[in-house]
Design a protein around this ligand. Sequence first.
Ligand SMILES: [Cu+2]
Length: 118
Amino acid sequence: MNRKLISGFLLSSTLLVVAATALADTRSFALQAVGGALSEGGDTITVNQDDSVSLSLVSDKALIVHLHGYDLEYALQAGTPLQIDLPSHLTGRFPAEIHHYDGGHGKGVLFYYEVYPK
Ligand SMILES: [Cu+2]
């Protein structure tokens, strides 16, 4: 390979890396739960696989959210926003269930997390 070919190859590899990075978006969501249900922000978070997903979650009562599929649990203190970086490598529609609400039993699904294949 001569010098010109090598630099051309390096340039196209760099462009490929930039293109691949651009496909993964950064997505931010903010959800507010009142009385164990969402008061705003809708009940479905929709992203694409491998997006960087950041979720701010706040509840008027202490609760534990269990994200099925990814099997992750998040404990929320009343009135204190929790900043969560959600993984997005698994595709599908996953319920985020309330497991404990204000010291009592759960109140069902807080929101759905939908991850579409790339
Ligand atoms: Cu669960």
